[in-house]
Ligand binder design. Structure first.
Ligand SMILES: Nc1ncnc2c1ncn2[C@@H]1O[C@H](COP(=O)(O)OP(=O)(O)OP(=O)(O)O)[C@@H](O)[C@H]1O
Ligand SMILES: CC(C)(CO)[C@@H](O)C(=O)[O-]
Ligand code: BAL
Length: 303
């Protein structure tokens, strides 16, 4: 008789269809995902640092659309990607509501390891992101992308997911992870989803929780600047940057880190066609990032 589910097929107590099962040990989860794969189920991974919001929920909903798929959400605030003066200790944590969000969105498995379980007592190996790892976010956050790539490589190694989903909000992260999976032949397809925004344009981010109301108002200049830049696409790269900078300069609470126009793989911007406008700024000590697609030249001309 064909088993109805991986559970029937002997995936064991590590997986109960229709419920969320939490795993803390890499070896246990590796066993469960191996058994699931053996029954022909596709594994789709949504890596997060918890404090789940609508952007994460959208990632989980997209993961669930993979037919025959099992959705695993990892929830781990990764110390290796935080600099010594960054907000690792204060990063928002909301474990119980995170598990509830996973249940509501239909994720089957949650992976929430301790740092010790994931890194072991004496970790030595990190993944080098190459030159792009030192640009944009990497220029302001040295070592950040080595931390991101290393932890995601661990997650891929444990679960061997067929697909992993990430948000375009962290665009440089997405580009680097796609390259890592491809260049290291990891066997996981990496896909992005568009930035999920509040109705006034603010990109959802766990760090928005740090913003007081006046600061949140100032943070709106990021998405407004991207919209102004995208609108100027038909007039070329200089016009895009000028339009976006003009908006950012009107906001006194905002301290600009970078505003850059690149191609979609984050190389130099093309003269025509698809480009990416990326911005990072600090508002009241909180570092925020955002980005948008821009169509340059005649491809950006309004209909
Ligand atoms: N607004 C968003 N739209 C789409 N994806 C998002 C959004 N915010 C976060 N994500 C994605 O969710 C995944 C987990 O991100 P993470 O847990 O760091 O949340 P975050 O809101 O980006 O937090 P942070 O404040 O650290 O930037 C990443 O792939 C990230 O790109
Ligand atoms: C990809 C990730 C989960 C790795 O810790 C993190 O950088 C994030 O949440 O974007
Ligand atoms: N979402 C990116 C994780 C970080 O800022 O560390």
């Amino acid at each position: 008789m064909t088993p109805k589910s991986a559970y029937d097929a002997g995936a064991g107590p590590g997986f109960t269809p229709g419920e969320v099962t939490v795993h803390e040990q890499p070896a246990e989860l590796a066993k469960v995902t191996r058994a699931l794969r053996g029954t022909g189920r596709k594994i789709t991974l949504v890596p997060t640092m918890g404090s789940l919001h609508e952007g994460h929920r959208e990632l989980i909903r997209r993961a669930r659309r993979v037919s025959g798929g099992v959705t695993v959400v990892s929830n781990f605030v990764n110390p290796l990607q935080f600099g010594p003066d960054e907000d690792f200790e204060r990063y928002p944590r909301s474990w119980e509501s995170d598990v509830e969000a996973c249940r509501q969105e239909g994720a089957e498995l949650v992976f929430a390891p301790s740092t010790e379980a994931l890194y072991g007592p004496d970790p030595q190996i990190t993944v080098n992101p190459g030159p792009l790892g030192d640009q944009l976010e990497g220029a302001s956050r040295p070592g950040h992308f080595a931390g991101v790539l290393t932890v995601v490589a661990k997650l891929f190694g444990i679960m061997r997911p067929d697909l992993a989903l990430f948000g375009e909000k962290d665009y440089q992260q997405l580009v680097l992870l796609r390259r890592m999976a491809h260049e290291l032949h990891l066997g996981t397809a990496v896909q992005g989803i568009p930035v999920v925004r509040e109705s006034d344009g603010l990109a959802l981010s766990s760090r928005n929780a740090y913003l007081a109301s006046e600061q949140r108002g100032a943070a709106l200049a990021l998405s407004a600047a991207l919209a102004a830049g995208a609108h100027a696409g038909a007039s070329g790269a200089d016009a895009v940057l000028e339009a976006a900078r003009g908006v950012l300069e009107t906001e006194p609470l905002l301290e600009l880190d970078y505003l850059e126009l690149r191609d979609t793989e984050l190389g130099p911007a093309p003269a025509e066609g698809e480009a990416r406008l990326l911005v990072a700024a600090t508002v009241g000590g909180t570092r925020l990032i955002d980005n948008a697609l821009v169509l340059l030249g005649s491809s950006g001309a309004p209909e």
